[in-house]
Design a protein around this ligand. Structure first.
Ligand code: TTP
Ligand code: MG
Length: 366
């Protein structure tokens, strides 16, 4: 499994614990030990952006409608989103990462991959670097982070969840085989609810089950995702840690105050979103020229099921977006609460791509 020519990579995935909620309890200590959720008010169709562990004990989680959260926990304290504060904290945390490596790929405000291969910090130990980063974050921000340390992004991301909160977990190259053997298929990057269900029906529950299938069999069952699955179920993932200057995609989306009843009602919204997408694309091109690889849409139905569809394309095309929305809507034919349009770019650096989702891939919020 090891590529004997390239040095063994060392990737760290850092993920802040209950990020928005942790900032709220830090800044308002009187909230300590109370169940809190950050998000919109229930009477305005607000959803939970995140919540602290006290609230999670009641079964509350991200993306849950706030009305439902309040039913589960009537004493829940709702804190409004203070995005500019979270952005500021995120900048400070990224500056800490910078002390240790220049190869940083932020995934969101509270999450990033760091490639520390060949680093001279902490005697070159990725484990000690992760510890030092978490310690800096605590000392300077009074926030806790968890980290995963592994030879690639796929495993590092799973590992950061292993000892969460305020912990870290290392998967050494020697430990990969045993680690992936018992890993449930739903932990694989790109395997959502629908793909996992399909796998379960085929009797595939763990990565070791997937390993029994040939590349050809995986391609037969899972189409173009098959080849990636063949590698991932063995713990192999060559995707590089990309610095933020390389955008892999741009997208725009909108959640509606009132659901759109059918596909006909969606089309004028597609036109409006298309205009903002064009602007984003242009801004992205001003920074760096990239070729369009495909166009995609996201449709979230009133029951929160989210489905996506994409099509290979080399240019922006309103008509294609409309057709993709119609195709996606057809799958569930229910009122729509969110619509999104996106562009995926070719990866200039490696020729590889990270597919944000698979075609026909229906994701429930997990
Ligand atoms: P996460 O890292 O998914 O969650 P978290 O940091 O709150 O908790 P954990 O300890 O499990 O990592 O997301 C980071 C932030 O992104 C989160 O604090 C709030 C925001 N967020 C949303 O606004 N909506 C969402 O659906 C999710 C999942 C996150
Ligand atoms: Mg987090």
């Amino acid at each position: 499994m090891n590529d004997s020519k390239a040095p063994q990579r060392k990737v760290i995935h850092v993920d802040m614990d209950c990020f928005y909620a942790a900032i709220e309890t830090r800044d308002f200590p009187e909230l300590n030990e109370q169940p809190i959720a950050v998000g919109g008010q229930p009477n305005k169709r607000g959803v939970v952006a995140t919540c602290n562990y006290e609230a999670r004990a009641f079964g509350i989680h991200s993306a849950m409608p706030m009305g439902q959260a309040i039913k589960k926990c009537p004493q829940l304290v709702i804190q409004p989103v203070r995005m500019s504060v979270y952005q500021q904290e995120s900048k400070g945390i990224q500056a800490i990462f910078k002390r240790y490596t220049d190869t940083i790929q932020p995934l969101s405000l509270d999450e990033a991959f760091l490639d520390v291969t060949g680093s001279s910090h902490c005697q070159g130990s990725a484990t000690l670097i992760a510890q030092a980063i978490r310690q800096d974050i605590w000392q300077e921000h009074r926030l806790t982070a968890s980290a995963g340390i592994a030879p690639n992004k796929f495993l590092a991301k799973i590992a950061s969840d292993w000892n969460k909160p305020n912990g870290q977990y290392v998967i050494t190259p020697e430990a990969i085989e045993a680690f992936v053997r018992d890993l449930p298929v739903k932990k694989i990057f790109g395997v959502g609810k629908v793909t996992a269900e399909k796998m379960h029906k085929l009797g595939l529950h763990l990565c070791s089950d997937l390993q029994q299938l040939s590349l050809k069999q995986l391609q037969t069952h899972f189409g173009r995702f098959g080849a990636q699955l063949h590698r991932l179920c063995r713990g192999i993932d060559d995707r590089p840690v990309r610095t933020s200057s390389i955008r892999k995609s741009v997208s725009v989306e909108d959640t509606f105050l009132h659901d759109l009843t059918d596909v006909k009602a969606c089309l004028p919204v597609v036109e409006r979103l298309y205009e903002s997408l064009q602007k984003r694309h242009k801004r992205s091109m001003d920074k760096r020229q990239q070729d369009i690889k495909s166009l995609y849409v996201k449709v979230r139905f009133s029951d929160f099921n989210t489905t996506t569809a994409q099509q290979g394309h080399t240019a922006l095309c309103l008509d294609t977006f409309k057709k993709l929305v119609a195709k996606a809507w057809q799958r569930q034919q229910m009122p729509v609460r969110l619509l999104g349009l996106g562009i995926q770019y070719h990866d200039q650096a490696t020729g590889q791509q990270e597919i944000p989702f698979n075609e026909n891939h229906t994701e429930g919020k997990q």
